[in-house]
Ligand binder design. Structure first.
Ligand code: GDP
Ligand code: K
Ligand code: MG
Length: 294
């Protein structure tokens, strides 16, 4: 444990420069990698990369919670929290991109106490001549910042950058369990949220005769789409859950969506349906699937 490293790595840069592609490239770098999404008070976690002696926690949307806010915020607001809560900052630009005419932003990069790596992405699209010109341009713009030409898409120099980041991570124990399953925390949270709404909206035995399973959880740039099934034991319970013209189920869906949007910091689309499964309580296999018997 004495030489373990762990830290938060924030990726900033204009839209479409390749931030998410880089995250995916890192995630593909090692088989032991775990992707997790959760919101804590300090960070929104997008990707956790684990090794025997390190844990790298990557985020490419630091401090951004509401889309409406995101639209209004200046680049400066956007990066402010990235500087505050990162151990390493990756500032990504792409071939052909001209620097932002934002002096304050550049001053902040230049004076950063946190190590900054300038990643010049999409070098696969450049001729040798253009690449050299671009490297020179960025070295003049940010002379003190370490520059790495990369291609996130074609995996050029990704390993080199990855290893450099690990060098820069502070000594620290892991922040998150290293054996966390890829998607279980999200789905588990979705199930629990829906269960809570059912507890609040239905009386008597109904809440105790349902089991929730989130069958799909798919995160996009703008939205997370999920589909969850509410399992009941009897047809009569199905009717109660759904309610008159579907109103009761709709209410559960709306309330769940609101909470989940707050939790994930992103727009959520949730599809709920009800299924009768007479044996869900007694069927051992199913119980295991729902996470009991462990
Ligand atoms: P983000 O908005 O910064 O997260 O950017 P994305 O990762 O979504 O990438 C935006 C677009 O750039 C996508 O079409 C990617 O396939 C493309 N892209 C990302 N990295 C590279 C790269 O290294 N080379 C090329 N040619 N395209 C890339
Ligand atoms: K994008
Ligand atoms: Mg992205």
């Amino acid at each position: 444990m004495g030489d373990h490293k762990s830290g938060f790595v924030n990726i900033i840069g204009n839209p479409n420069v390749g931030k998410s592609t880089l995250m995916n490239a890192f995630v593909g770098e090692k088989l032991s990698i775990i992707t997790s999404k959760a919101q804590t008070t300090r960070h929104r976690i997008l990707g956790i990369v684990n090794g025997d002696d390190f844990q790298m926690i990557l985020s490419d949307t630091p401090g951004i919670i509401k889309p409406a806010y995101q639209l209004q915020s200046s680049m400066m607001d956007f990066v402010k929290s990235a500087f505050e809560d990162a151990d390493v900052l990756l500032y990504m630009v792409e071939i052909g991109e001209k620097a932002l005419k934002d002096e304050a932003f550049f001053e902040k990069i230049k004076n950063s106490k946190i190590p900054v790596l300038l990643l010049l992405n999409k070098v696969d699209t450049a001729t040798q001549e253009l690449l050299e010109e671009q490297v020179q341009y960025w070295q003049e713009m940010l002379p003190s910042v370490e520059l790495h030409p990369i291609s996130a898409l074609s995996n050029f120099n990704i390993k080199g950058v990855f290893e450099r980041i690990i060098e820069l991570l502070p000594m620290s124990p892991a922040y998150y369990p290293k054996d966390q399953l890829t998607d279980k925390p999200e789905r588990f949270f979705v199930n629990e949220t829906i269960r809570e709404k059912i507890l609040l909206n239905y009386k008597k035995e109904i809440p105790y005769s349902v089991e929730i399973e989130t069958e799909e959880f798919f995160e996009d740039e703008e939205i997370i789409r999920m589909r969850s099934v509410i399992m009941v034991e009897r047809d009569s319970q199905k009717g109660i859950i759904i309610g008159h013209k579907g109103a009761a189920l709709k209410k559960v869906g709306v309330e769940s969506r609101k909470d989940l949007e707050k939790f994930f910091g992103k727009q959520v689309h949730i599809e709920l349906y009800v299924k009768v499964n007479k044996n869900w309580r007694s069927d051992a296999k199913q119980l295991r699937r729902f996470g009991y018997n462990k």
